[in-house]
Design a protein around this ligand. Structure first.
Ligand code: HAM
Length: 453
């Protein structure tokens, strides 16, 4: 095969039909679990004013400093540059959803407002296993109330989704409380004090972090930093009583819901908007690398984006990483794309008659393809085989004349001739009503929509 002239951009991939089977399966679990828990779906735009991300996620985070995908489309730069607006592709969904909450006055709604989103996110990261420049997230947000029972319920919904996908037992829930903003300020000041005169012992990357985002030292992957941290002040020494109480109550609720977790005092998350509860869902074997999900409480975020002070808690799960785990665990998403019937025909009259037949079979919920071209019956049969069709209906010139059709069971290699009018009922009987892909469109009043034909 010739080398293709164009390929997907680095760090992106086509979601091919086989992977869509997984995606559809995951979305189904998400939709059901979210609806059961009162979440409603929202879709913020794929790109937003870049300031929204910079302000929310934090200017000194990897996501903003290195990974923001800036949109430099001609129209965007031309029209909006006049107003000084620059756009970025969304690296996550929380910031956009909070912007939307403010913009649409959702504080007027009964609180908390529970929202979920499923969609593409973009991070200009160095691509590697499980890390892409375009990936998909499932995102859940609970905005407007603060109570540990909300944190517990949110985590519960996430774990239910992972259980539905049969991958929960491959993962561990890591939990921490990073206290209030004041607590973190006091801690980072103490950390900076501690390192006065000792900075040179820190690896270069962490020396920079000590200035820009000292909290990130706690989850540094650098071995030297890990060792140094053993003798530094620790964050838990600075957590106030209210945060501690909040955390112990959350822990009680998680235990009540029988959700296992690991307390992880080093867990701080890579986004700045968090306070109090933070959690991540780790691969049981590789740990922090390629976490399947993460989230936490962000009580200051809405105010930071210009709204009135409003608490919130949320989480996101990475779809590609969930699919990876499903494949590793040997979980197969149901294949709903099978071809039930291939209709082969020869001659103009047969072709015309087939169009009605195909339409009728589809209307009954039979996955049908056919009347594809002018090839010989023999090569159409070969094609039916390649499509994996269970049955083939053959209509040649002779059959048209006699009002008959040939029905072939592809796996058994058996065929019989029957009258043309019997073809549909016979196929329906052979497939069984439970295998028919039927649906009805029902509106809010319960009226079934008649498609009219
Ligand atoms: P996050 O930890 O940055 O959190 O991302 C959540 C999940 O998205 C990760 O655990 C991972 O599964 C997936 N993910 C992130 N980056 C990539 C990538 N480059 N390639 C593939 N998958 C990736 C957030 O985004 C927060 N907004 C979560 C949140 C919601 N917090 C509160 N509400």
């Amino acid at each position: 095969m010739a080398e293709p002239q164009f390929r997907t951009p680095k760090g992106t991939h086509d979601v091919l039909p086989e992977d869509h089977q997984y995606m559809t399966y995951i979305k189904k679990a998400v939709r059901h679990r979210c609806r059961q828990a009162g979440y409603r779906r929202i879709d913020p735009p794929i790109f937003e004013n870049r300031a929204i991300f910079e302000r929310s996620i934090g200017e000194h985070t990897d996501i903003v400093e290195k990974e923001l995908f800036l949109v430099s489309g001609k129209a965007a730069a031309g029209q909006d540059a006049e107003q000084g607006v620059e756009y970025a592709l969304r690296p996550e969904l929380t910031a956009g959803i909070c912007r939307s909450y403010i913009e649409h006055g959702m504080q007027q709604l009964p609180q908390p407002v529970e929202l979920y989103a499923i969609g593409q996110c973009f991070r200009y990261d160095r691509p590697q296993k499980g890390r892409y420049r375009q990936f998909h997230q499932v995102d859940l947000e609970v905005i407007g109330l603060k109570d540990p029972s909300l944190d517990a319920q949110l985590i519960h919904v996430c774990m239910k989704i992972l259980k539905d996908l049969q991958i929960a037992d491959r993962l561990t829930l890591q939990l921490n409380n990073i206290g209030s903003a004041d607590n973190r300020r006091a801690f980072t000041a103490a950390l900076k004090d501690y390192f006065i005169g000792k900075e040179r012992h820190l690896p270069e990357i962490d020396r920079r972090r000590l200035q820009s985002n000292p909290l990130r030292l706690l989850d540094s992957k650098e071995h030297d930093t890990q060792i140094l941290l053993k003798s530094t002040p620790t964050l838990d020494q600075f957590i106030d009583d209210a945060s501690k109480l909040y955390h112990t109550t959350l822990v009680e609720y998680l235990e009540e819901l029988q959700i296992p977790f690991t307390s992880n005092a080093g867990l701080v998350r890579g986004l700045d908007y968090y306070g109090q509860t933070v959690f991540e869902i780790w691969d049981g074997s590789s740990g922090a690398q390629n976490a399947v999900g993460g989230g936490g409480r962000y009580d200051g975020l809405i105010e930071l984006l210009g709204g009135s002070p409003t608490p919130g808690v949320g989480a996101a799960l990475g779809i590609e990483r969930m699919i990876w785990h499903m494949k590793q665990a040997g979980i197969k998403a149901p294949n709903k794309d099978q071809v039930d019937v291939f209709v082969a025909q020869l001659g103009p009259d047969a072709k015309k008659m087939c169009l009605q037949l195909i339409s009728e079979l589809r209307e009954y919920g039979v996955h049908t393809i056919g009347a594809l071209g002018e090839a010989s019956l023999k090569s159409q049969m070969r094609l039916a085989d390649k499509f994996g069709a269970r049955f083939t209906l053959l209509l040649g010139q002779m059959e048209v004349k006699e009002g008959k059709i040939i029905l072939r069971d592809m796996a058994a290699g058996r065929q019989k001739s029957l009258s043309f009018g019997k073809a549909v009922p016979e196929i329906l009987k052979l497939l069984g009503s439970e295998h028919l892909d039927t649906y009805s469109m029902t509106d809010q009043l319960g009226n079934v929509v008649d498609s009219g034909d």
